[in-house]
Design a protein around this ligand. Structure first.
Ligand code: IPD
Length: 272
């Protein structure tokens, strides 16, 4: 395994280049294609940014593997081995990107021997670069960030999304959870990007985020960023986080996570 400093610097450069492409194209007309359903979208920019990242990393580290949103959509199987693997969402919040709603980002994480080592979430429109490395803390634009100290639901802002599926069974559970949680908390928020929602918990702006049906590329970077910011990232049932499970709950404190997991109605999508 090459040294992580060298890898980090290279990938940061590529992420900035990809970000420039997103910033340049967000206000332009786009060629939008539909993927799994009418609210699951992809644009030329998603594909270009994923290619830029993968080609750039492969040219320097040919043994590294990838799990990328758009290559998976084109039929490549998701496989997480012990090899260094980059988990990439080239444009998280594609719906936002399509509409010009400025919360959209690149989400990229390096997992080596199944241990997360690097996470970067970059929103070039709002100029927010969230970064984390294992054991070295989490940062926003180079400044250390920390989760809030909220331990009780009644003082918490919770983030969750409808997601990019309108499957009636899943929608029913999203609505049930909204009805259960709304009277118990300070408020709900949703930025339209799973990665940015998780970064809001890392920043201490929100206190908890959960979602069912997201994919590895939406949450791999957020996982290490939240944990390096002092928070917890687990399965919404209370068990350990599994990046391929399509389920995530992160929170500022274990106490808050425990309280939320106790009231949530669970949903188990098919794994990545
Ligand atoms: C989606 C966004 C959205 C979340 C969905 C994701 P995409 O990712 O993160 O906020 O609710 O579950 O699929 O499709 O924009 O990369």
């Amino acid at each position: 395994m090459a040294d992580y400093d060298q890898i980090y610097d290279l990938v940061l450069k590529l992420v900035k280049e990809g970000g420039a492409l997103i910033k340049e194209t967000i206000s332009r007309p786009k060629n939008v294609e539909v993927k799994s359903c009418d609210v699951d979208l992809v644009t030329e920019t998603d594909k270009q940014v994923e290619k830029l990242l993968m080609d750039g990393i492969s040219s320097k580290f040919p043994d590294h593997r990838f799990i990328g949103e758009e290559t998976t959509a084109s039929g490549v199987k998701v496989e997480l081995t012990d090899s260094p693997t980059w988990i990439i969402d080239p444009v998280d919040g594609t719906m936002n990107f399509v509409h010009g709603f400025p919360h959209t980002c690149i989400s990229i994480a390096l997992v080596d021997k199944k241990i997360p080592q690097i996470g970067m979430v970059y929103n070039p429109v709002m100029e927010q670069l969230f970064t984390a490395r294992k054991g070295k803390g989490a940062f926003l634009n180079g400044k250390p960030i920390h989760v809030s100290d909220v331990k009780e639901m009644k003082k918490a802002i919770l983030m969750f999304e409808m997601g990019t599926s309108r499957d009636p069974a899943k929608m029913k559970i999203v609505m049930e959870n909204l009805a259960i949680l709304a009277p118990l908390i300070h408020g709900t928020r949703a930025l339209g990007s799973a990665a940015l929602n998780m970064c809001m918990v890392a920043l201490g702006g929100a206190d908890c985020n959960f979602e069912y049906g997201i994919h590895a590329w939406d949450i791999a970077a957020g996982d290490i960023i939240v944990r390096e910011a002092g928070g917890v990232c687990i399965d919404p049932s209370g068990g350990p986080f599994d990046v391929l499970s399509r389920r995530v709950l992160c929170a500022s404190t274990q106490e808050l996570a425990d309280e939320v997991t106790k009231v949530l109605v669970q949903y188990y999508p098919e794994r990545d």
